[in-house]
Design a protein around this ligand. Structure first.
Ligand code: ZN
Length: 172
């Protein structure tokens, strides 16, 4: 029976080889947001189209561009599949859950922040407790093993930070 790590590796490779929602959206109306991880050279472009006729707004469509290592690209693919069709409130919960999973070790990185500060996180020690319980990470769980390689955490969180910026661009 293959171990959990083998299963995780397979999920990551599957998303890397067959990225979901790869491509571009016409911008405007979509917003186009670029993210860059200089530690590894990863680039992510998030094309985001929100449906703001509903309240809260939903992610009508998302496309991913860019290039980089298998962790950054598979994380972007998983993210795009996870947030498409979701409300911005659900996206925020997913982001929190994913970054909570990643941040457990991120705090030990010298000179690295834990990401968005304006979400009102009081302290890094509370991050684990703040993960919303009812959020299902699905395939994203496969990236759990990345925390063992702190230098790769930025690869995994790049697409989420770019998405957060994109949502800000789209809603401001
Ligand atoms: Zn990378």
């Amino acid at each position: 029976m293959p171990g959990l790590e083998d299963l995780y590796r397979e999920i990551i490779l599957d998303h890397y080889r067959s990225p979901r929602n790869k491509g571009e959206l016409e911008s405007p109306p979509a917003t186009r947001t670029e993210g860059f991880n200089p530690l590894c050279g990863d680039e992510i472009v998030v094309y985001l189209e929100l449906d703001d006729s509903s309240e809260p707004p939903t992610v009508e469509d998302i496309k991913i561009g860019g290039q980089g290592c298998s962790i950054s690209q598979s994380s972007a693919s998983m993210m795009s599949a996870a947030v498409k069709g979701k409300t911005l409130a659900e996206v925020k919960d997913l982001t929190k859950a994913f970054k909570g999973m990643m941040s457990i070790h991120e705090q030990s990185l010298p000179g690295e922040g834990a990401g968005k500060e304006e979400e009102g996180d009081s302290g890094l020690g509370d991050l684990e407790a703040e993960i919303p319980e009812d959020v299902k990470l699905g395939d994203l769980e496969a990236l759990r093993g990345v925390v063992k390689f702190p230098v790769r955490i930025k690869c995994a969180t790049l697409s989420w930070n770019t998405l957060a910026q994109g949502i800000e661009d789209a809603t401001s």
